[in-house]
Design a protein around this ligand. Sequence first.
Ligand code: ATP
Ligand code: MG
Length: 438
Amino acid sequence: MNLPDYVTECLDALENAGFAAYAVGGCVRDAWLGLMPQDFDLCTEALPGETEAIFGDRRLVLAGEKHGTVGVVTDFGVVEITTFRTEGAYRDNRHPDWVKFVPEVEQDLARRDFTINAMAYSPKRGFADPFGGRADLEAKVLRTVGAPEKRFQEDSLRILRGVRFAVRYGLTVEPETEKAMRSQAHLMDNLARERVFEELCKLLPLVNTADLIRFAPLLAAVIPELGPMIGFDQHSPHHAYDLYTHVAHVVAGVPAELPLRWAALLHDVGKIPTFTQDANGRGHFYGHAQAGAEMADEILRRLKAPTALRQQVVTLVAGHMTRLEPSKKALRRQLGRLGWDTVEKLLYLQEADMGSKGTGEPADMAQFSLIRSLLEEIKLENACLSVKDLAVNGHDLMALGFAGKAIGDCLNTLLEQVLEEKLPNEKQALLQFVQTNL
Ligand code: ATP
Ligand code: MG
């Protein structure tokens, strides 16, 4: 395994002081897969105080010292060096109740979640792989280190981590591990919501349709609103898929950006509470976009999502049924109301939604490329989309004797005229209109 120089230097410094030291975890796994590791974590026999002394002339990050981690600042980022340790259960669902430093790397590897994450490598000592991580990687199997139920009971976030690793590396889940993931999924109720949210944010950009279907019950364990959607028959000639399968296609069909992936996942949650059937047995979901927006808001508040993300997702869910029209006038209005970023995302969401009905109907998908080309044109025109883009401002109107609320009303009237293409966005034309009409 090739290690970059700045990592080898840290390992050498520890070994030269007489302490065993290894690269460990994700970097070893990724190196076996021929991938460039994202970062390099080290583990060592040296106690935190000893590590600190060895790197005394370097800048250190000591926030994790209680749990055995000393961060060494290098030109290439912080290298985390953690003393070999075992740990107790995570009763606060965040940190282990206790950690105990141990002398052997094998004991440290035993506390790690999955066999593929429980390998270490040292240029001097070679590989440590006591749980068959490499064989599992080669067979493309995800398996816990030790008894799966117990390991998920210690820290149930490992269930979602497992989903993420299975998805990221295309692994099948070993049957006992899979069984325990399902049987212990309810324990994720006890996790700190931020931890769940963070893990879902790592997962969502990676998933395809089949992944979402395979792990549906585990996702529903952390977002209960998804539960009733699984297998839900929409009773509609427009939908060949059950509701959750449709959603799975839409998620995989939008670009892998968080606001879009979250909006796709939640866009139809409002269909469950708004479902009705008419005399012919046909399903309807009147008002489901608005109902869904409120539910999405609640879900993302519960998960402690950042406000900006939550608000954008809510806007997208609320707007997913209001089709963008291939007309410049209409698009300029939407751009003024929602902004470029949201309009472009809404277009992706509506396109994926339309394309994921599974009916095989040649839906009218051409309109989406038409809308895109109109948006390009609007961009090039540097168009006036909101009051602040107008060629006149409040001061200009004050000079004409307007005051207070009348200024805002007047600007809105002008914007209307410009959006309707009745007036050009030019100062003279606008002022003239004001003087003759208002
Ligand atoms: P990534 O590429 O996503 O960073 P990673 O394997 O490096 O993957 P980290 O979350 O950075 O994952 O954790 C580093 C290592 O620490 C893991 O490889 C694993 O050995 C161990 N680990 C992390 N979280 C847990 C946990 N909740 N339970 C047990 N071991 C864990
Ligand atoms: Mg990592």
